[in-house]
Design a protein around this ligand. Structure first.
Ligand SMILES: [Mn+2]
Length: 241
């Protein structure tokens, strides 16, 4: 039987030096590719582009979708002015990601959102973000550990009666953390499935869809050091059948 094809949303990296300064390259971080292969899927990078028609066709060629990490989501997509602490944005990628989600839902294929991808899912369905974690009162955990992608640094509590709980079957798990933005209002279609000790929403899922789960951390970077993180990818792949 043919193995499921998992599309990974691509971004653009701009050369800072070398022979072509300013040159744009389509790319994803290799850990996404490795995580898909390790869990029985066939990875394909979906290159960022601005054509709705092309994105529709790109989705026709995959059985599941990973929304990868990256830039801050442009705040005007959740009706806010840019706050002074907003990080780097790439509005053309927001549009691309929203098109991916739209056509993936239309095709009814499973979706895993990671970091920015988790935030994209929330915003697509009408939720909002804090443009910077310091805008939320009483947060105290270091949510940007800066280094060591393969190490976990803070815990998250898993909420009962969720897909995440079903998968991990634990009260609490350790995650890595590389974000300065966090979810504010969770979109109505979603439920919160994990929360940090300082009240930050760390995972959401859509209970009315076969598999639509988003995590604020980076499970792909933990695929070889935290065996359990592979459950997020294996379930994505299993949900394609
Ligand atoms: Mn965190």
């Amino acid at each position: 039987m043919k193995k499921p094809v998992i599309g990974i949303s691509g971004s653009i990296i701009i050369d800072g030096s070398g022979n072509f300064p300013g040159y744009r390259r389509s790319y994803v971080n290799e850990d996404y590719v490795k995580s898909v292969i390790k869990n029985g899927g066939i990875p394909y990078i979906i290159p960022m582009n601005s054509s709705e028609e092309v994105v529709r066709e790109q989705i026709q060629n995959v059985d599941g979708l990973i929304l990868s990490g990256g830039h801050d989501v442009t705040p005007r997509f959740y009706n806010q002015e840019p706050h002074k602490n907003l990080g780097g944005i790439l509005p053309e990628r927001d549009v691309f990601d929203f098109n991916l989600v739209k056509f993936a839902i239309e095709k009814n294929i499973p979706i895993l959102g990671i970091c920015r991808g988790f935030q994209i899912l929330n915003v697509y369905f009408g939720g909002t973000l804090y443009q910077d974690i310091n805008l939320k009162e009483k947060t105290f955990i270091k949510h940007n550990q800066v280094n060591f992608p393969y190490l976990t640094t803070h815990s998250v509590d898993i909420i009962e009666n969720t897909k995440l709980k079903e998968l991990f079957n634990e009260e609490s798990i350790m995650v890595n953390s590389f974000h300065h933005q966090i979810i504010d209002k969770v979109a109505e279609e979603f439920v919160t499935s994990a929360i940090s000790k300082d009240g930050v929403v760390e995972a959401i899922e859509n209970p009315n869809y076969k598999y639509m789960l988003g995590v604020q951390w980076h499970p792909e970077m933990l695929h070889s050091t935290e065996e359990k993180m592979n459950l997020l990818f294996s379930e994505l792949i299993n949900s394609t059948y």
